[in-house]
Ligand binder design. Structure first.
Ligand SMILES: C[S@@+](CC[C@H](N)C(=O)[O-])C[C@H]1O[C@@H](n2cnc3c(N)ncnc32)[C@H](O)[C@@H]1O
Length: 243
């Protein structure tokens, strides 16, 4: 995933800094509330802007989930991945921080239920999901927040449940690789993190999520970094989760 698509962001609009991220949630929500309508229009509601590997990973994820099980698209944005999973026969619900992104998602994907929520404290019961998808929704969050999200992913997944994370790959995830200050013609303020695959898997592993597969593809279409996709399975026992 190019974030945002290259045609929507001129190189001069990018400002790269090594400053650490601010608090996270409110700034991320405000930025996505601002771009919601244009995000839906520019990124599109299918997966057309995505490469073959993205579609393959989503299909592998969908086929890994227990038949009939419910999947949470966590940080679902305007619902394009939720819509694709639904098209693959998966029972899916979407959760996002941004009410405006969800307004567009509900408008464009009427068959999918959506609810407002923060991945660091998900509005879902323990063990409620057979699968969880975090498709580029951790890319604006520092490690300490991703740690809290990982605990929540493990809590809401049933034993044996599958997590799929799409993210940007980089050498050092401890600080933002850059800041997005303009997107889709709007001013935003979003740190962008790129993480080593091993580091992310180790972080998730601390919460009882065991890696089953990883895919890394090279940059495509002007993307500044490789893209990573990991599938993990929740073990039988996770602290604070249904067993
Ligand atoms: C890069 S967009 C990806 C959206 C969608 N997954 C897609 O691929 O089209 C990141 C999304 O994650 C959401 N997000 C970021 N942090 C979040 C959090 N802590 N809880 C819930 N949603 C979050 C944002 O509101 C935004 O919609």
């Amino acid at each position: 995933m190019t974030f945002p698509p290259p045609r929507a962001l001129a190189p001069a609009e990018r400002t790269v800094s090594s400053r650490r991220a601010p608090g996270g949630g409110p700034a991320v929500r405000a930025s996505y509330d601002t771009v919601a309508e244009d995000d839906a229009e520019l990124v599109g509601q299918g997966m057309e802007p995505e490469a073959t590997w993205e579609r393959a990973v989503l299909r592998a994820f969908a086929e890994s989930v227990a038949p009939g099980g419910r999947v949470g698209d966590l940080g679902c944005g305007t619902g394009r991945t939720a819509g694709r999973l639904r098209g693959l026969g998966v029972s899916v619900l979407g959760v996002d921080l941004s009410p405006q992104m969800l307004r567009v998602a509900a408008r464009d994907h009427r068959e999918v239920p959506f609810r407002t929520g923060d991945m660091t404290r998900l509005p879902l019961a323990p063990g409620a999901l057979a699968g969880a998808l975090a498709w580029y929704s951790t890319v604006h969050s520092p490690d300490e927040q991703v740690e809290a999200m990982a605990a929540e992913f493990a809590r809401v997944l049933a034993p044996g449940g599958v997590l799929c994370v799409a993210f940007k790959v980089g050498a050092d995830g401890s600080a933002p690789a850059g800041w997005l200050r303009h997107a889709y013609g709007h001013e935003v303020r979003l740190p962008v993190y790129r993480r080593p695959v091993d580091a992310l898997c180790a972080l998730l592993g601390r919460h009882g999520l065991t890696e089953t597969a990883r895919v890394v593809r090279g940059p495509d279409g002007g993307e500044p970094s490789p893209q990573g996709f990991v599938l993990l399975r929740r073990g039988a026992r996770v602290a604070g989760s249904a067993s």
